[in-house]
Write a protein that binds this ligand. Structure first.
Ligand code: ASP
Length: 346
């Protein structure tokens, strides 16, 4: 008799616990919208149709499509979100169109100093490099920092020594020379000479065409990842480092919420901890990805004076791409394989 009582009581507790678990899991959100998705950006800024030739526009569209296709091929075969974002970012780093890798902008001293970071949403492991000068694909090095070292961030010569020990591809500094970026530096230097009286902050060109690249993905295993790579800002000085290699500011990924990569005026993105704020609003306030991203980019950041945008994907496969500038090179692809690329405000 006692045994039956005990059995019945245990059973009802079990049922209650099961019901509670079910309720909690329902509350934790919608069912997965799609099994996998990839979203990328190629920088935000004063990108207006009237300033762009048909050929230029075509070149950007084609390169963004190529990057998305490469990531899609990996995800569709069941590959990891980390592999997908690495592949997409490498393609953009190898193109002179973007301010990352090959097309990196020049510092005040006429050098190129590259920053990148990557984050694995499953483990929250991350890797970042800052101020590297001879690395062809900084995103690859950031990933190695994450996977092959006990550190999160390495800078300058130390990062390059680590790269050498890990067989990373080096290039001569000349590799990063592009006429367009060199002319941008000359324009910035000229402007600075004429405006020596105005405060430092205003010397950063507000009409500057950013071109940082980034990617965020969800894979079939439900793992999120994000990465960002940049040459920083034209005419940057004194080893300036922006938000792109800073986990929580330019890049963030957590399987519990979302994966984010940012682009814009780095000083503001660092102080606003942009990427983490979006994840935090989802986690603590229960906001949707779109609502959290809009709040951070279109309200908080904008009121603060920070221009730029973000791309993000959440654990359900929803995508958000808000920006508060005229344009942002951006695109996404989901499990249907349909590649969408956009440049201007629409
Ligand atoms: N966020 C980058 C930086 O401040 C620039 C960019 O996104 O274009 O270094």
């Amino acid at each position: 008799m006692q045994t039956t009582d005990f059995f019945l009581r245990s059973l009802s507790w079990l049922l209650l616990a099961g019901g509670l678990a079910l309720l909690l899991s329902c509350q934790s959100g919608e069912p997965r919208k799609q099994q996998f998705a990839l979203v990328i950006h190629g920088g935000a800024g004063t990108i207006l149709k009237k300033n762009m030739s048909a050929e230029q526009e075509q070149a950007y569209r084609e390169k963004l499509t190529e990057a998305l296709q490469a990531g899609y091929d990996i995800l569709a075969k069941g590959g990891s979100s980390l592999d997908a974002i690495t592949a997409a970012i490498q393609i953009m780093e190898d193109s002179p169109l973007f301010n990352a890798g090959k097309g990196a902008v020049f510092t005040h001293d006429g050098t190129n100093e590259l920053d990148a970071s990557i984050m694995d949403g499953a483990t929250r492991n991350s890797g970042a490099v800052a101020g590297v000068r001879h690395i062809k694909n900084p995103i690859t090095l950031a990933r190695l920092v994450m996977e092959k070292s006990v550190h999160v961030m390495m800078a300058g010569q130390g990062a390059e020594a680590f790269a050498r020990a890990n067989d990373v591809e080096f290039v001569d500094p000349d590799y990063f020379y592009t006429e367009r970026r060199w002319q941008q530096l000359q324009t910035a230097l000229e402007k600075e000479k004429n405006q020596a009286q105005i405060p430092n902050d205003e010397l950063i060109p507000h009409d500057f065409k950013f071109g940082t690249v980034g990617a965020a993905a969800l894979d079939k295993q439900g793992n999120l990842a994000a990465g960002t790579s940049t040459g920083g800002m034209t005419n940057k000085k004194f080893g300036r480092i922006g938000d792109s290699p800073i986990i929580g500011a330019g890049t963030y990924a957590d399987n519990a919420t979302c994966a984010v990569s940012a682009t814009g005026h780095g000083e503001y993105f660092i102080r606003s901890v942009v990427a983490h704020d979006i994840a935090a609003q989802m986690a603590y306030a229960g906001k949707s990805l779109q609502a959290a991203a809009d709040d951070v980019v279109m309200h908080k950041l904008k009121e603060f004076g920070g221009s730029g945008g973000i791309i993000a994907v959440d654990k359900w496969g929803n995508i958000a791409m808000p920006f508060n500038t005229e344009g942002m090179y951006r695109g996404y692809v989901g499990e249907d394989g349909k590649i969408v690329v956009k440049i201007y405000r629409e």
